[in-house]
Design a protein around this ligand. Structure first.
Ligand code: KG4
Ligand code: ZN
Length: 349
């Protein structure tokens, strides 16, 4: 089955064509980062309007790249939540309308299910069951995955998401938006041992996260030590390195604990923060040491993209799931309310 995937939940317009037999045929991504940079964060109305401008040309470009015509599309998958409601409605309306025009089924995809299944686009996909660390701009959670649609949240953040903590730290240090990659780049040049950051909630049992304390710690360090322009660059780098190391250590501790408690031997890491090279390396090392396998999507499929939505939607469509003739989108949507789509599944050869 050949499925068009559409992702418009936040500030990236992503489209892709996925074939259940041949695999990923083409994918395109347009990032709105420059549009939002001057505001220091995503402006929802600007995001929605830009998705309207970019979505159809991206779909045409993707069809051209895959060398297939519109009528060869056999299903449409669109992100229906969670995310910015105006932005989601653009993808949902366009996706539903294209499916209606082509006479094929459409399916609403949960954005985090897309992230969670993204490693399955890789040549050696993880096998069910597994534990997933989902770390993005809006979510931080550990999820036990029995099968597609069978999810149990083992623990999540009590306050800021991991990506949000990176973004806020970047803002505080004057690194601009988006913050994660900027903090990561600077951290490479800093001394992570100059300041001691806490490893939140690691000294008690449980799989919950909390990142807002790290943000406060960053602010206090910056206020206390900054002042001389000649030394501020070094200070910024050392704070970025200390902050990043604290986030990484905390996640490694929680992941190891989740693997022990669940008895699983397979960890999947997904979501924008999963693109962090330090985190990828540290989890790989932990896996080698404690005997669990770690799978990631390729870097470009850690952050938002259309390929993960096309893949997740394809699995659901193959099992017979589809939406009625309605346009549905939800700003909030619990992953645990999803249901398995059914037994039928195809994987690319
Ligand atoms: O999954 P994603 O693209 O969008 C959401 O669904 O939220 O994640 C975006 C988040 C942002 O907070 C961004 O700063 C963070 O992922 N991020 C990173 C890195 N690349 C993106 N955080 C740390 N290190 C990175 N290399
Ligand atoms: Zn995302």
């Amino acid at each position: 089955m050949r499925v068009l995937g559409i992702e418009t939940s936040c500030d990236e317009t992503g489209v892709a064509l996925y074939d259940s037999v041949a695999g990923l045929l083409a994918h395109r991504l347009y990032s709105q980062v420059e549009l939002h940079a001057e505001y220091g964060g995503v402006v929802p109305e600007i995001a929605s309007r830009d998705h309207v401008r970019k979505l159809l040309p991206l779909i045409d470009g993707c069809l051209d790249e895959a060398r297939i015509s519109r009528d060869q599309v056999e299903g449409v998958a669109y992100t229906a939540g969670p995310g910015l409601i105006g932005a989601l409605l653009v993808g949902a309306s366009v996706g539903r309308a294209i499916a209606l025009a082509l006479g094929c089924p459409a399916v609403a995809v949960h954005h985090m299910e897309g992230h969670l299944l993204a490693p399955m686009l890789e040549p050696e996909p993880p096998e069910f069951p597994f534990v997933a660390l989902l770390v993005s701009g809006g979510h931080s959670m550990l999820v036990e995955v029995q099968a597609i649609g069978a999810y149990r949240v083992l623990g999540e953040t009590l306050d800021d998401a991991a990506g949000e903590a990176f973004d806020k730290t970047a803002k505080l240090l004057g690194l601009g938006y988006p913050g994660g990659p900027a903090v990561a780049r600077l951290a490479d040049t800093g001394n992570a041992d100059r300041f001691r950051f806490p490893r939140p909630m690691t000294d008690r049992p449980g799989l919950e996260f909390s990142f807002s304390g790290l943000k406060t710690h960053t602010r206090n360090l910056w206020l206390e030590h900054s002042g001389s322009p000649s030394e501020d660059d070094e200070l910024r780098a050392d704070i970025a390195a200390g902050f990043q190391q604290a986030v990484i250590d905390t996640m490694v501790i929680k992941c190891r604990r989740a693997m022990q408690e669940s008895g699983s031997g397979q960890l999947v890491v997904a979501g924008g923060v999963g693109a962090n090279r330090g985190l990828r390396g540290a989890l790989r090392q932990a896996g080698e040491k404690y005997g669990f396998k770690v799978s990631y999507p390729r870097l470009e499929f850690c952050t938002d993209n259309g390929a993960m939505i096309a893949f997740a939607g394809c699995q659901r469509l193959l099992a017979g799931a589809h939406e009625d003739l309605v346009i549905s989108a939800r700003a909030r949507w619990s992953l645990e309310t999803l249901q398995p789509p059914g037994p039928a599944m195809e994987t690319p050869s």
